[in-house]
Design a protein around this ligand. Structure first.
Ligand SMILES: [Zn+2]
Length: 274
């Protein structure tokens, strides 16, 4: 298979979003659980199809204008920092030599995914400090996913500052290294959260807006492409090549294409919520 025609000379990067690499235990969490065998098949496909997995530092340098992005770049990211990242995902990432970025909830190291239980998720253990250091030593880039997985569109300004800045400090103390990347919990934010992320000194921040990242995009409002539990390999390949979570000709994808065309024409830029 050949990489997507949309990418000539590293002009875009598809940032893939995963959560749990495990069999779903409840119906409610199914969408966000990628079976380990399927994850392995996807990582193998990236390599076999000529895509180039890169870390978020490479994406940041490219957006800053300080580094080049390889053609057909793909960045693999994980949200929430469940323990399966070390136990299940890491051996697969190593097998296919795929750099990855994991966003962890800094105030809940070694705890569990309590914030999802009310929504019908199973109890899932989160990575602890030793796990984070092991991931770091294996080349995984660690980013912040806030302190308590608070919805930053709903908490007050002081809480936003704590969630954004204190999570960074805490992770840097744990890892003994700079933490430069942030993922907005639930993908939700408002102006003050965006400002807090910038003031805290993060180089990039990812959302859950659908689409590929292109040069000129705001580094603190990066789009991603979500991988679902039910994506077979063919659909996964289409997602990567189209840079879209729903790579079918639907009303939704046509709207996305139209938005991109307007954006390229300078008519539309991604906007922050008030
Ligand atoms: Zn999350």
């Amino acid at each position: 298979m050949t990489p997507g025609p949309a990418d000539r000379g590293g002009r875009r990067c598809v940032v893939l979003m995963y959560h749990v690499i495990d069999t779903p235990a409840t119906e409610a969490e199914r969408q966000w659980c990628c079976e380990p065998w399927r994850f392995g098949e996807q990582m193998r496909w990236l390599r076999d199809s000529g895509h180039v997995p890169v870390g978020m530092d490479t994406v940041a340098a490219w957006l800053d204008g300080r580094g080049e992005l390889p053609r057909n770049a793909v960045c693999v990211t994980f949200d929430d920092g469940t323990r399966c990242l070390r136990e299940t995902a890491l051996p697969i990432l190593r097998e296919f030599d795929v750099p990855a970025t994991a966003y962890v909830v800094a105030g809940l190291l070694g705890a569990d995914n309590d914030w999802l239980r009310a929504d019908g998720w199973s109890r899932r253990a989160l990575l602890d400090a030793a796990d984070l250091r092991a991931l770091r030593d294996s080349g995984v880039t660690l980013g912040s996913h806030s302190l308590t997985h608070a919805d930053l569109s709903r908490v007050d300004d002081d809480a936003i500052r704590r969630e954004v800045a204190d999570s960074r400090t805490r992770l840097e103390d744990t890892l003994g290294a700079a933490v430069d990347h942030f993922a907005y919990p639930f993908g939700r934010l408002r102006r003050h959260a965006y400002d807090a992320v910038r003031e805290a000194g993060y180089r990039t921040a990812v959302t859950v807006a659908d689409g590929a990242v292109r040069r000129g995009d705001d580094p603190l409002l990066l789009s991603r492409v979500e991988v679902y539990h039910w994506d077979d390999l063919e659909r996964f390949g289409r997602k990567v090549r189209w840079g879209a979570a729903d790579p079918e000709l639907s009303a939704r994808s046509l709207k996305r294409v139209a938005r991109r065309l307007l954006q390229f024409g300078g008519i539309h830029r991604p906007r922050l919520p008030a």
